[in-house]
Design a protein around this ligand. Sequence first.
Ligand code: AMP
Length: 176
Amino acid sequence: MSDVLAELHAAVRIVPDFPKPGIMFKDITPVLGDARLFASATAGMLAPWRGQGITHVVAIESRGFLFGAPMAAALGAGLVPVRKPGKLPFRRIREDYALEYGTDALEMHADALGAGASVLVVDDVLATGGTAGAACTLVERSGARVAGIGVFIDLRFLGGHARLAPRRVEGLLTYE
Ligand code: AMP
């Protein structure tokens, strides 16, 4: 592992039993709060996608916004927020998805992407892949193409890759 990846790994704070018992929460705020580490994190997340013709970054509420916005600016791409229900003001499309207990939903503006768009979906953490999968489905339902999914932290052992296959997934930090 490179020095900078080791530093980023060390900076992610693991908070046990948040927000509920059994979850080992990956707290990225120490990375965000350090100018050099935050720049390294976004640069590392960007690297696989440079020169890939990305026209839009779709960022998932809410921590996906934190990485997605600087990545869109650096790629010269548009930024499209995917949000929890009831937050977006205009005409929306909605995708429901299963959680471990119950369901959740995400929404996107219906006119945010056109047929020619090539989209990078961004979030902070990939766990089971339900959230990113729902965002990909919204992109594909709007007629655009998912070029791939970029995350800061990939919790490989939770099976997100399989759920998102055959789409390309790139995570900067991997937990096996
Ligand atoms: P999933 O849909 O299971 O892939 O969960 C991904 C979403 O839940 C992302 O938006 C993450 O921000 C959040 N998430 C899931 N597990 C964790 C974790 N261990 N630490 C921090 N965030 C998590």
